[in-house]
Design a protein around this ligand. Structure first.
Ligand SMILES: NC(=O)c1ccc[n+]([C@@H]2O[C@H](COP(=O)([O-])OP(=O)(O)OC[C@H]3O[C@@H](n4cnc5c(N)ncnc54)[C@H](OP(=O)(O)O)[C@@H]3O)[C@@H](O)[C@H]2O)c1
Length: 348
């Protein structure tokens, strides 16, 4: 049960603050703006740095944490935010004060406080230098969604491009109006693929077309209504961000030798399928885990690529800038699947 009453005193003007979520033993969740629980000039643990957060991405995991979901919120009191961008302001092994940085993963917003705060303490090993061309807000418009979309597109290219498919084959992106979905549409289209975007939202059609989708279809037009274990093969590669029933349905219509990148779970966590797509068409179901899989070196390299990609989509990509006071509303809308593109929290 979520309590809407703001349980903490307001931070004084200029005082560091955050969005805090607390889950009591009886499951009651309190959430609201709160002063930071530590002073930014107090000593930090060995190897930690203090970052002034300029922007934090709003990811589906963050929406779950805001609702006190035990699968994401691994500690009874948490500042959500699995990625952030800002500048180093505190003692830093090997990092100069003022360095522009990005931090993603490493337990942020899950087992330790994350980016929905004006300041963040994090081990220096988790910090990546921010490419000069990316502002903090632009970096977080991409954020973990950008890393995830890039990992999925790379993995699918490795799996699919080696086979002897036709150059004009179609690729599918599901949950296409979401952060990962929209960025995957733009990346695949930028690579010259013919991309079909699958979205429940008719209102997102124009934005998806501007990002490069050749066609935008609702899920009912993508899914074959029969209950056959295999239907006509259509997709060479699929970036599947919804999960559950849609993932199972899509597996039936992947072409011989094609592949599906499984990313999300907003549509469900169960997967009821048959072995037929795997043993009769040789398709691959590839899991993507942006939280633990890429090494820090891989992440740094991916961020350089994302910085090069950003100018191609910046004018078309929908980004909603949010204050800490907007966190609750955006989380609720995200869990209901009604947001489009990316939310970026500007905690200052
Ligand atoms: N594996 C990883 O490493 C990784 C990394 C990042 C995110 N993720 C996961 O990937 C998914 C997408 O993340 P995101 O940040 O892009 O989230 P998002 O912006 O909220 O997008 C999710 C999209 O899924 C679609 N959707 C379909 N059924 C839904 C339902 N029942 N409830 C809510 N949405 C539904 C909606 O798109 P349409 O309305 O257009 O259909 C929605 O916009 C999430 O499940 C997230 O947890 C995984």
């Amino acid at each position: 049960m979520m309590s809407k009453a703001d349980p903490w005193p307001a931070a004084a003007a200029g005082q560091p603050r955050c969005w805090r979520v607390e889950r009591a033993a009886d499951g009651t969740v309190h959430a609201g703006r709160a002063p930071l629980a530590w002073r930014i000039d107090e000593p930090v643990a060995a190897g930690e740095v203090v970052i002034r957060v300029e922007a934090a991405g709003f990811n589906f995991k963050d929406a779950l944490a805001c609702a006190g979901h035990g699968g994401v919120m691994r500690t009874p009191s948490l500042v959500p935010g699995i990625d952030a961008a800002g500048v180093v302001v505190g003692p830093a092994a090997g990092l100069s004060i003022g360095t522009a940085v990005i931090v993603t993963g490493n337990g942020m917003g899950e087992s330790r406080d994350g980016g929905f705060a004006t300041h963040l303490r994090i081990p220096a090993v988790a910090v990546i230098p921010r490419p000069q061309s990316l502002s903090a807000a632009d970096a977080m418009a991409l954020g973990t969604a950008g890393l995830t979309a890039a990992l999925a597109c790379d993995r699918l290219a490795q799996l699919v491009d080696g086979r002897h498919g036709k150059p004009d084959e179609e690729w599918l992106v599901t949950g296409a109006s979401g952060g990962v979905g929209m960025l995957a549409v733009a990346m695949l289209a930028g690579d010259g693929r013919r991309v079909v975007a699958c979205s429940r939202k008719p209102a997102a059609r124009e934005q998806l077309t501007r990002l490069g989708a050749a066609e935008v279809l609702p899920p009912e037009a993508v899914v074959d209504p029969s209950s056959k274990s295999l239907v006509k093969g259509r997709w060479a590669g699929v970036v599947e961000t919804v999960g559950g029933r849609l993932l199972a349905d899509v597996l039936r219509s992947v072409r011989t030798g094609g592949a599906v990148a499984a990313i999300g779970m907003a549509g469900g966590v169960d997967l009821v399928t048959t072995v037929h797509p795997f043993i009769l068409r040789g398709i691959t179901l590839a899991g993507i885990d942006a939280a633990t899989q890429p090494t820090q070196a891989d992440r740094a390299a991916l961020w350089v690529r994302l910085a090069g990609f950003w100018p191609q989509i910046a004018v078309h990509f929908p980004v909603t800038r949010l204050g800490l006071e907007d966190v609750d509303d955006w989380a609720t809308r995200m869990l209901a699947g009604t947001t489009v593109g990316r939310g970026v929290v500007l905690p200052g």
